[in-house]
Every structure is written in structure tokens, then in C-alpha cells.
Design a protein around this ligand. Structure first.
Ligand code: ADP
Ligand code: ASP
Ligand code: MG
Length: 470
């Protein structure tokens, strides 16, 4: 009997109707002789709204909390009444939601009075999105008369470090706990429902594994439960040649290697969390990205090696927004061994992830890309540690209105002229490039443009390399 971990993203559980559909899909596979573990995201838009309300609570906006909580309760109550038919189950789930929402209200009021929002308390607030969606999905599955049980990430046994906001699972311990707690139930045919995105550190304090992290939860569970496949159900047919919201004629890619998919995910194809492939690569568990709206399609299968290698050098182009560029310069860096290390050490110690780096042989400056939200933290810490005072850095400049464009394909390796074709396409569109990087893997060429030009660049490259449907 096959074991499948199925993850449903925010759009798949956006409304009560969608949740009903999810329950139908899950129970259909359970009937067809699959053991199913379900991972659910928060209802569409809820995580963003929780972040917003937490930030407003910090500024002591108590009125907003009241209105927010009312709306949140209503949204979930509406979902319950459409997703679940049995009045008895409806009542039970409503009580769970009510209790959870009241707890959230208290937490937000606390933040409001203290006027302080730490990464730790922010994780606690955002964890409520998944804590509210999972019981509804659980209720909808029970409605189909299947045996099912739901767990938070913490209850399931996902243990992470204490890097709040981007926590990393302690994979060995996690696998052990999940296997111990969930495997026996799965073997008995119980449909498991686990909250995505949220976990806990070794002290039991709630953590989150980064935005879009339900994908990550799914692959962690896949490994721990020794699943045959992990399915990421979403609102598009699979991984496409580019975001179909930018180019509607983008094509679905039926097959990708882990490495190719990782290159796409890292550069914000958004179809998947960047670190989600880590656990499954080691265990060689296939991942399938597929559409809840067209479940008859097989979607994109991600495995160790792609079966049929297409000849095209370029397979896909992605745009990652919400990033910022920092340029650090100083004559003191020239010919000074260890000066780059000092810069990255400051960033690393402050938990700032560097997504892309570029430097010239002159060594007088280094440019790098980080998440936009980290910009303030990066500037202040570089300033404290390295700026002037006889230090190596004399100037730090920033641009926060940029986007990274990543052009990806395994056959770019060794194919001449791909870079020149990409850059002349951008030049012909009259768009200026701010920074360039090509990894020596040659699977990916990435460059930075102003965010307002991003969509136009994606369209032009997609067209130049004939990536649209015929
Ligand atoms: P979910 O809520 O299911 O996690 P996401 O919004 O995180 O869904 O990811 C799916 C979205 O990713 C799609 O709606 C699509 O607009 C976007 N996307 C961006 N690039 C790509 C790509 N190359 N292939 C498929 N989807 C992409
Ligand atoms: N709800 C979380 C987010 O919006 C996790 C996820 O959807 O994967 O980032
Ligand atoms: Mg997602």
C-alpha cells in the first residue's frame, strides 16, 4: 500500500467549498488504498493578516485587534458551515476554533500592552493561521466517515532550532519523534492532518520554518514517515516555464531533477519553499506538484534524474520580488584577506540570509541580495561592526526596489552563447541590469533589475527562448 504525504496550500483551502473539495480528494485516495498524511496551510491570506495585526498590536492599536478577531472568527465559521455537513462535527470544530481565536486575542492584547513584538512572539501569532485551518480540514474528512486525527507541528514531533521565523528542523530527532507518534496511526489507516509551517524548539516554544513553509513540513513528514511520494497540491498545473500570472501561455514542465527544481525554488518561483527539497533529496523521495483544480493531471514530477532530457538550454525563468540589494565598498577591502568573510560573518551572526553575491576583481566592493524585510537589520549591523573607525568598509548603499531574475536549465551547462542571448534580450527591451551572478553549476544565470521592469524582462526572455505553449 502506498504512503503519500499531501500538502494543500492556502489557495487550496481558501474557502469552505475548497476545503470540501480537499476532503473529497484525500478520501478518494484513502479509499483507493493509499495511506494519507495531510499537511495544511492557513486559509488564503490569513498568514499575511496575522503578521499585519501583530505589527499593529505592537503599536498599541487595540481597536484593530477587536475588528480583526471578529473578521477572522467569521471567516473560519463560514468555512466550517460549507466544508462540513454534519451538525455535530460542525459544533465540535466551531468550539475548537472559538477557543483558539480567544487565545489569539489574548496574545495580541498582551503584545499591545507590552508594545513589544519579538521574532519569538511573532512566530507564536502567525502559528494561529495553521492552528485554525487544520481542525476544519480534519472535520471535513471526518464528515466523509473516515478515521482521522489532527496534530500541530509540535504535537507531530517537528523539533527545530530557535531561529524564529526561519527555523531549521533537527531532522534526526524529528524523524524519530514523528515515526514514534504518527507511523502507528498511519499504518492503521488513520488519515493524519498536520499543520504546515509551524513547529517547536527543544523547549517546546513555537517556531515557524519560513514563509511558504508548509511545503517544508510536507517533505519533513515524507522523510520521517518513509512516504512513497510527497504531493504538493496547489492552484496551478505544476511547475511552469514561468509564473503563469506573468505569462499566461507558460507551459507545465512534466519532469524536473531535484537540482533543477531547487534552482527554481530558491529563486522564488514561489511554487515551492526554497529549503523544502533538502530532506527528500537525501532519501530520494519523489515530489509531485499538481493542481487541485485538475486532479486528473499528473503535474510536475521531481526526481533524482529527469527521465527525458529536453534539448533546450533554457527551461524556465523566474522573478523573485521582496528583495533588496546592498553594496558594501571600501578601499580597505582591496587585497585584504578575510575582508569578505568579515562582512558575511556579521550577516550570518544576525541570521540574515544572503541570496546572491557579486563582486569585481578590483575587490573594492561587494554587492549582495537579501530579503527586503532584513534590510534594516543588515545596514545597522554592518554599520555597527564594520563602517569606518579604521574598518574595512567606508560606504554602504542600498536599493530596495529591485527584483532578481533567474534563468534556469540543466542544459545551459556547456552551451555557448546563452548568457549573451539573455543579456541582449534585456538590453533590447531597454532595461538596465544592476548586478549579475552565475554559479559555476551553470544551471542558473541570475541578475538584478528594478522591480518595476521585472515582469517585462520575464516576458521578453520567455519569448526569446520560445518557452510558451506552441
Ligand atoms: P500555495 O498556496 O498552494 O502554497 P503559492 O502561492 O505558494 O501556492 O504558489 C503557487 C503560485 O506560484 C502559483 O499560483 C503561481 O502564480 C506562482 N508561481 C510562480 N512561479 C511559478 C512557476 N514557475 N510555476 C508555477 N507556479 C509559479
Ligand atoms: N501559511 C504560511 C505562509 O503563508 C505557510 C504556507 O502557506 O506554506 O507562508
Ligand atoms: Mg506556497
Amino acid at each position: 500500500m502506498k504512503k503519500i504525504v499531501m500538502k494543500f496550500g492556502g489557495t487550496s483551502v481558501g474557502t469552505g467549498e475548497n476545503i470540501r473539495h480537499v476532503a473529497e480528494l484525500v478520501t478518494k485516495y484513502a479509499k483507493d488504498d493509499c495511506r494519507v498524511a495531510v499537511v495544511v496551510s492557513a486559509l488564503a491570506g490569513v498568514t499575511n493578516s496575522l503578521i499585519e495585526v501583530a505589527c499593529r498590536a505592537k503599536k498599541s492599536d487595540e481597536k484593530h485587534i477587536e475588528a480583526f478577531v471578529k473578521e477572522l472568527r467569521q471567516k473560519h465559521d463560514d468555512a466550517i458551515s460549507t466544508a462540513i455537513v454534519s451538525k455535530e462535527i460542525q459544533k465540535e470544530v466551531t468550539q475548537i476554533i472559538e477557543k483558539t481565536v480567544s487565545e489569539l486575542e489574548k496574545v495580541l492584547t498582551g503584545i499591545c500592552y507590552v508594545g513589544d513584538l519579538t521574532p519569538k512572539s511573532k512566530d507564536y501569532v502567525v502559528s494561529f493561521g495553521e492552528r485554525l485551518s487544520a481542525p476544519i480540514v480534519w472535520g471535513a474528512i471526518r464528515d466523509h466517515k473516515f478515521e482521522t486525527q489532527y496534530f500541530t507541528g509540535k504535537e507531530a514531533g517537528i523539533v527545530t532550532d530557535s531561529n524564529f521565523g526561519e527555523a531549521n528542523p533537527l531532522m534526526n530527532f524529528t524523524s524519530h519523534l514523528i515515526h514514534e507518534r504518527l507511523s502507528p496511526l498511519l499504518e492503521k489507516g488513520v488519515i493524519l492532518v498536520v499543520t504546515g509551517f509551524i513547529a517547536a524548539n527543544q523547549d517546546g516554544i513555537v517556531t515557524t520554518v519560513g514563509r511558504g513553509g508548509s511545503d517544508y513540513t510536507a517533505t519533513i513528514l515524507g522523510v520521517a514517515l518513509k512516504a512513497d511520494e510527497v504531493w504538493i497540491w496547489t492552484d496551478v498545473d505544476g511547475i511552469m516555464t514561468t509564473d503563469p500570472k506573468i505569462v499566461p501561455t507558460a507551459q507545465m514542465l512534466p519532469q524536473l531533477s531535484y537540482q533543477e527544481a531547487a534552482e527554481m525554488a530558491i529563486f522564488g518561483a514561489k511554487a515551492m519553499h526554497p529549503r523544502a527539497l533538502g530532506p527528500v533529496i537525501k532519501e530520494n523521495i519523489p515530489v509531485r506538484i499538481r493542481s487541485v483544480f485538475h486532479p486528473e493531471n499528473q503535474g510536475t514530477l521531481i526526481t533524482k534524474e529527469p527521465i527525458a532530457e529536453p534539448k533546450e538550454a533554457v527551461k524556465a525563468v523566474a522573478m523573485i520580488k521582496d528583495v533588496a540589494m546592498l553594496n558594501v565598498s571600501g578601499a580597505g577591502m582591496v587585497g585584504a584577506p578575510g575582508s569578505y568573510a568579515k562582512v558575511f560573518d556579521v550577516l550570518g551572526k544576525n541570521n540574515i540570509n544572503v541570496m546572491m553575491i557579486s563582486t569585481a576583481v578590483s575587490e573594492a566592493n561587494i554587492s549582495f541580495i537579501i530579503k527586503r524585510g532584513m534590510l534594516g537589520r543588515a545596514i545597522s549591523n554592518i554599520e555597527i561592526a564594520l563602517l569606518d573607525r579604521g574598518g574595512i568598509v567606508s560606504e554602504v548603499t542600498t536599493e530596495d526596489d529591485v527584483a532578481v531574475i533567474a534563468v534556469m536549465g540543466a542544459n545551459m551547462k556547456g552551451t555557448l552563447g546563452v548568457a549573451s542571448k539573455i543579456f541582449s534580450t534585456v538590453a533590447n527591451a531597454g532595461i538596465n541590469i544592476r548586478m549579475i551572478a552565475q554559479g559555476s553549476s551553470e544551471l542558473n544565470i541570475s541578475f538584478v533589475v528594478k522591480e518595476k521592469d521585472g515582469a517585462a524582462v520575464v516576458k521578453a526572455i520567455h519569448q526569446e527562448f520560445h518557452l510558451s505553449k506552441a
